[in-house]
Design a protein around this ligand. Structure first.
Ligand code: SIN
Length: 290
């Protein structure tokens, strides 16, 4: 297995390994070590079936079913299909997933550790995914700013995604209401300590972070806007230009990602994701003392 760094901020390419094979534990350990170090791993030319994708992902832990029930794929509860196909006259509900910077599941009290995204179809141009490194975002703050945010908590709300998109868009308002019922707003610490590396990372996102606990909307907005902008400074990022059969693994504990609408919507983009169950983190907003 060969490891080649892809960018200053994050990302490494792993070659000379066939993920569809029954890999020895030592190779899985090497991959985990590279993942913890580089945050984002790219494995080109992995022509594998859904079952092989699931089997490889399970070597890193338990897999979750997506917290938004309507997004679950007929291919199996562990698979999230992100595609823009029209099926039986219905537009895809996942075509516009990830249009704002986010860390998967940050609107839940058990956000996933990592996500494995496999490319099955890509438009001729565009369809990229951007990633960033939230350790770097934290570590490059001034000592004073680190002090200010040390004990701050944020409210993360799935509904924020729809508000940012200018309403419920083409999604059925009943489904949006159901998402909200199943995923009520949560409180997370703004600074997250990575459960394996022990390093501190910023943990907030423009997709779901609505406000800072204990501050008025106006007081918190300035800090949040600054941190959103700071987190995605170009030197913390890696932009992935997909090829069919690339598999990308990222670490949701210390990275965000964004899937811009940078391609012809008439062309098909089709991705399959498995997601590693994470540790319990944060609490529901309604548990906040009055
Ligand atoms: C996501 O997991 O947010 C989607 C990423 C992508 O489709 O590139």
């Amino acid at each position: 297995m060969r490891v080649r760094k892809l960018a200053y901020g994050c990302g490494a390419e792993i070659t000379d390994v066939d993920l569809s094979a029954d890999l020895p534990q030592s190779t899985i350990d090497d991959i985990r070590e590279a993942w913890l170090k580089h945050v984002i791993l790219v494995f080109p030319n992995q022509d594998f079936t859904i079952d092989q994708h699931i089997r490889f992902s399970r070597r890193f832990g338990e897999l979750e079913s997506h917290p938004m029930k309507n997004l679950r794929s007929p291919l199996g509860p562990e698979i999230l299909e992100i595609h823009n196909r029209v099926i039986d006259g219905k537009p895809s509900e996942t075509g516009d997933i990830g249009r704002n910077w986010h860390s998967d599941g940050a609107f839940t009290t058990q956000p996933p550790t990592g996500s494995f995204l496999h490319c099955r179809a890509m438009p001729e141009a565009g369809g990229n995914t951007w990633f960033n490194n939230m350790y770097m975002a934290y570590e490059t703050l001034s000592p004073k700013m680190k002090n200010i945010i040390a004990d701050l908590e944020v409210v993360n709300d799935i509904n924020n995604i729809y508000i940012r998109a200018g309403g419920v868009g083409r999604r059925d308002p009943h489904k949006v209401a159901e998402d909200n019922r199943l995923n009520p707003p949560v409180i997370q610490s703004m600074v997250r300590v990575h459960s394996e590396t022990g390093r501190k990372a910023l943990y907030l996102s423009e997709a779901v972070t609505q406000r800072i606990v204990g501050l008025t909307q106006d007081e918190g907005a300035g800090i949040l806007q600054y941190l959103f902008k700071h987190s995605v400074r170009p030197e913390f990022t890696y932009r992935h230009y997909w090829r069919i059969n690339d598999l990308v693994l990222w670490d949701n504990r210390c990275a965000m990602h964004l899937a811009p609408r940078d391609y012809d919507p008439g062309e098909i983009r089709h991705m399959c994701r498995t997601t590693l169950t994470g540790e319990k983190l944060g609490r529901y907003l309604d548990q906040l003392p009055a």
